[in-house]
Structures are given as structure tokens and as C-alpha cells.
Ligand binder design. Structure first.
Ligand SMILES: [Zn+2]
Length: 329
């Protein structure tokens, strides 16, 4: 659906809209990326001014937005879907986030689209950990590009995304923001600029919840357990924990204890849950609780369940118990 030709707005009106819009997306003003006809970008080593932003909306110049500021901080992340398959995955994620009440913004693009999450200022490394965990927790394609692409800047201004609502130099088109059902986020560029000038941000609580779900590496010093030498034959060459994870899928194991619906959602067994905060991602072979109970493999699940039942929930007791159940079945 084409947007109305807002480039006819007078300068003063555009300026009022463009300053907050610029604050939402622009991380640094000492230089700026400019799109050339091929669709790629050159870094212009001059200060970015409001005049440039007005020209961007008018379509006489097309800007990019660097994903990190000069101190390697960011206040947004962007997932870039480069084709239709990736775009469908991104839409799925947007649906999940909407169900959680987490604000995400969808922007169409030449071949797919972008999902933007606006956050409080975060270190590049933290915002990337947050983005990577979202990708993993929902089993999205690891080929999805996550911006910022760098944890921190070494040389040069780093990765960038096309600044929204301008004219793509190669296709000559503008790409609006849309809602989950595909209708425009707002009917005119002017209204989209206003909405993006004060976007809803992802709450620090949600970011912490997601970061807390990053599975901990199992300590490398754990000795193979002499639980049953027949099970743990040296020829296997695998730690018991790996064998356990291979023995049954998270979905199959967790279903024994949690009533999961078709989407893999259910009531969390670890807290007083009235919202089906618990979910299993069958593709990524992973469970998680959005209310903050954590997530991970069947070992993490069994450890928590043992703790909830007042049983010894040490790593050794947990995997010994699991081996009893799963490897001798
Ligand atoms: Zn929970």
C-alpha cells in the first residue's frame, strides 16, 4: 500500500516531526552513512544535521543509521529478514512478542523486512546477547542478521541499517512500518514519523528475563559419573549429560510433567502461573518460562523440578536420576 506523498509537507512541519524520529534511530551525529544508487552505503565524514534528515524524508537523499554509537552503546536492535522465509519467521516472533506485551516494530523492505526493538541504552555486547537469545529461544533461523553486528567498535563506525521511511536508492520505493496483520502502522508518513518519534521501548525487566535464560555452560571439570559402567562405556566417548539430552526431546520429556498445547505452551510448574508462561520450542529443543523461571535442556528442567519437590538438585543427583529413568528404559 503506497503512502501518501508527505514530501510535500512544509519544512517547518517536517522538522518538528523529524527531530524526535532522528533521536529514535540515530546513534551518532559526527558522521553518517549515505545510500548510493547501487543500494550500498558510503560513510560521509561530516556532521549529520536536521537538514539531512528532512532531505531523507523528502527522498532527495537516503541515510543509513549506524547500529552503535561512538562508545559502542545502542538503544535499538534490528533483525533483518532478507527473504520471504525469514520474514515469515520474523512475523512469528513479532506475534509471540505481541502476546507477551513486548513492543516490536515491523518495517517492510525490498525483499523481506525488519523487526525493530527499541530498548533503554545498552552496551553493544548486551543488546546482541539479548537479540541472539531471542533468536535461539524461538528457534529462528541463525541466518537472520542481527544489528548491531559488532559487540563493540574497533575501527570505523560499524554496521548500519537503512534509516526508515526514506526512498531506497535502488528500488525507488519507500517501505512503511506495518502491523502484524499487514496493514500500515499508520496511514501516512507524517503519522508514522510521529509514532516512531516516541516508540514504545522494551522493558528492562523483559531484557533481564531473556538474558537470564541464556543456558549456562556446564562446568568443563565435571567428571564422567561412574554411575553404571555398562551405560558409560568408554567407547561412547560422551559425557552422560550429552547422552541424556540425546535420549529424549525436550518436548517429549517435559510433556510428561506439563500439559502442553499445540503451540507448546502450558502452565509453568515452577511458579504460580495463570498465564501459560511456560513454553517448549520443539525446533530449538528448549523450554523456557517467560515469568523468569529460566529455561534450557531436560537437565535444567529436571534439576528445577527436583528442587521444587524438595529433592537433592545437585548436578550429580539430577543426571544420575535422569540416567536411571531414561537410559535404562
Ligand atoms: Zn515459571
Amino acid at each position: 500500500m503506497p503512502l501518501k506523498p508527505e514530501h510535500l509537507l512544509p519544512d517547518e512541519t517536517l522538522l518538528e516531526l523529524i527531530i524526535p524520529f532522528g533521536k529514535t534511530f540515530v546513534h551518532r551525529q559526527d558522521c553518517y552513512p549515505r545510500q548510493v544508487l547501487s543500494g550500498s552505503y558510503v560513510c560521509v565524514k561530516e556532521p549529520l544535521t536536521d537538514t539531512h534528515l528532512v532531505a531523507h524524508v523528502r527522498g532527495t537523499l537516503t541515510l543509513g543509521a549506524y547500529a552503535l554509537d561512538a562508545q559502542s552503546m545502542a538503544h535499538w536492535l534490528c533483525l533483518d529478514a532478507d527473504d520471504e522465509a525469514q520474514w515469515r519467521e520474523v512475523l512469528k516472533l513479532a506475534g509471540f512478542l505481541a502476546a507477551e506485551g513486548v513492543p516490536a516494530y515491523l518495517e517492510t523492505s525490498r525483499r523481506g523486512g525488519h523487526l525493530w526493538l527499541f530498548t533503554p541504552p545498552l552496551k553493544g555486547s548486551d543488546i546482541r546477547r539479548f537479540g541472539k537469545q531471542l533468536i535461539a529461544a524461538y528457534g529462528l533461523s541463525p541466518n537472520l542478521e542481527l544489528y548491531p553486528k559488532q559487540d563493540s567498535l574497533k575501527t570505523g563506525p560499524g554496521s548500519l541499517v537503512r534509516l526508515p521511511l526514506g526512498v531506497h536508492r535502488k528500488s525507488g520505493k519507500r517501505y512503511p512500518f506495518i502491523q502484524l496483520d499487514g496493514t500500515p502502522l499508520a496511514p501516512t508518513i507524517r503519522e508514522q514519523l510521529v509514532l516512531l518519534g516516541s516508540p514504545q521501548r522494551v522493558s528492562p525487566d523483559f531484557i533481564e528475563q531473556v538474558l537470564a535464560e541464556i543456558p549456562h555452560e556446564e562446568p568443563e571439570t565435571v567428571e564422567p559419573i561412574d554411575f553404571n559402567s555398562a551405560v558409560l562405556s568408554p567407547a561412547d566417548g560422551k559425557y552422560l549429560s550429552e547422552r541424556l539430552k540425546a535420549a529424549i526431546s525436550v518436548w517429549d520429556f517435559v510433556s510428561r510433567y506439563v500439559d502442553l498445547d499445540k503451540q507448546g505452551r502450558g502452565f509453568c510448574p515452577f511458579h504460580d502461573d495463570h498465564h501459560k508462561s511456560f513454553g517448549v520450542n520443539a525446533t530449538a529443543n528448549y523450554w523456557h518460562c517467560w515469568a523468569g523461571c529460566g529455561g534450557g535442556s531436560i537437565i535444567d528442567f529436571w534439576m528445577k523440578l527436583r528442587a521444587a519437590r524438595g529433592l537433592d538438585s545437585s548436578f550429580t543427583a539430577t543426571i544420575t536420576g535422569l540416567a536411571d529413568m531414561l537410559l535404562s528404559e
